[in-house]
Design a protein around this ligand. Structure first.
Ligand code: MN
Length: 232
């Protein structure tokens, strides 16, 4: 059997301190998962069920530790926003996972950016249309190496921050997630069967804003290597 077209390359994210990589299967993103960010986006921060959107697997750009990724400024926007996020990596398949068992399905963690064409997202939101053109564009999910939970433990607290040209724009703590990683995995698994290689961008804290060409973003989660991205 031959393919009519050459199959696309597998997108694979390096594992920190290892020669191994994780092949990306699906990319799930949680919306409004820090109260102060929900408020800045004009929403009630009270706990309502989490909601999700997806990015294509090939929107992920793996960025090695110490590497600076040159992110191409996307087309059709005049308001490109950064969103610093903790990424949870699924390592064990499952559906209808309980909160108690959820972390057994999380293999590792990484630092990620949910890059967003905010103007297009808002326009689609106002029109009640899907968010893809605002969220799921090419290269919209740069991320750092994956740290094994078996080595660093589960990331349930610790600082998360983002700077632009050295100036701090976002700072919060993972313990301020409205829906914790375990709760998010459990809830998401009632909607989709999770499989190894699925990524969950867990949401961004307050302080989102625009970046321009020639600016540099540095994203950190305590205990993980910084992710550094230049906007080109
Ligand atoms: Mn986000």
């Amino acid at each position: 059997m031959t393919y009519v077209f050459t199959p696309p390359a597998v997108v694979a994210v390096p594992v920190a301190n290892s020669e191994e990589k994780v092949a990306v299967r699906r990319v799930y993103c949680v919306g409004r998962n820090y109260a102060a960010h929900a408020i800045e986006m004009g929403f009630d921060p009270n706990r309502e069920p989490p909601f999700f959107f997806c990015k294509p697997a090939d929107a992920v750009v793996p960025v090695a530790e110490g590497e600076v990724y040159a992110f191409p400024y996307p087309s059709a926007t005049h308001n490109l926003h950064y969103e610093a996020e903790l990424v949870a990596v699924i390592g064990k398949s499952g559906a209808n996972i309980t909160v108690e068992n959820a972390l057994d399905h999380v293999w590792g963690y990484a630092v990620g950016l949910d890059m967003t064409r905010r103007d297009l997202q808002m326009k689609m939101r106002e029109m009640g249309r899907p968010w893809e053109i605002g969220k799921a564009f090419d290269y919209s999910a740069p991320m750092g190496p994956i740290y094994k939970a078996s080595e660093i433990g589960h990331v349930t607290e610790g600082a998360i921050w983002l700077t632009v040209d050295g100036a701090e724009r976002q700072r919060s703590d993972i313990n301020k997630l409205i829906w914790s990683v375990a709760e998010t995995v459990a809830y998401l698994s009632t909607l989709f069967k999770l499989e190894p290689g699925d990524l969950i961008f867990t949401g961004t804290p307050e302080g989102v804003g625009a970046v321009e060409r020639s600016q540099q973003m540095r994203v950190g989660v305590e205990g993980l290597a910084d992710l550094v991205v230049d906007v080109k």
